[in-house]
Ligand binder design. Sequence first.
Ligand code: 13P
Length: 342
Amino acid sequence: MDTRLMTETARAMVATGKGLLAADESAGTCKKRFDSVNVECTEENRRAYREMLFTTPGLADFVSGVILFDETLRQKTKDGTGFAEYLKKNGILPGIKVDAGTQDMALHPGEKVTEGLDKLAARMGEYFKLGARFAKWRAVITIGAGIPSAACIKANAHALARYSAICQEASIVPIVEPEVLLDGDHTAERSESVHQDVLETLFHELERQGVSLEHVILKASMVVSGKDNPRQAPVQEVAERTLRVLRRTVPAALPGLVFLSGGQTDEHATAHLDAMNRAGAAPWPLTFSYSRALQAVALKAWRGSSANMAAAQKALHHRARMNSLAARGQWKPEAEKQSVAA
Ligand code: 13P
């Protein structure tokens, strides 16, 4: 276990003004995204799409790391450079999603548990050799009538903690992602109380498993209203609730926090991050680890054609720059218009 390497990795992941590009969609999720722009989800199209993303000029100014899927970690650019090597050469850390996705939780209708611990230690050793320096495991918590249950919160936290221990033994920094979904009609207040339970349980389990908190990055959801609730909490309220629950539950020992976008609009994901950073005085750097809120515009511009590559890269560059500003608390809505014209 190389703690110095993990210290360096974690520090680089949350370097000032930088965040992560989540590009770790499984083939199934990729198909859903590609279907929306009528692109066939072949292995070559997935490769070409990821090459478009990763070769965006100037990406490393805003992006410290990219989360890859197993298939992507093994793929190469057109000229034969492995993606992990290409990213590393360009100053971007390669990371890897290692969970095997969610399954319905037995005896708990409407709830999910994440699988993938079997043989994970052996896979982790291989991922390190392939160049991955951080990993991600996503748990999903659904808010509804009578859920989440304590059993679901605990089972997912336990798996996240066991995964983290395995990562650290392989000198890989674990990202722990307990995503509280925004699906449903719940209030932001209820979301805040669910976040409190989920995060308290997670850090209890991490400590119990002996995980070094100095070498863990939390990937958190934001405390927003359920998407079917007619009252949508405004930006300032989301920022206040999210910061409050994080301050109450996340140890200051953590090197940094990143957020998922979770289905928020691109601009909300940016505005919420910006508002939290403007509030200042959080004990950790707060930055982004977005998939949809970085990629959606680029995918729409690309639509499977290499002729659209420059436009798609420009779209990704723009969102990455906006979120970099937000990570510094320096984003303004006007910046959106300026950059599109630029
Ligand atoms: P979104 O930003 O689209 O929520 O994706 C982030 C992610 O990594 C989900 O696991």
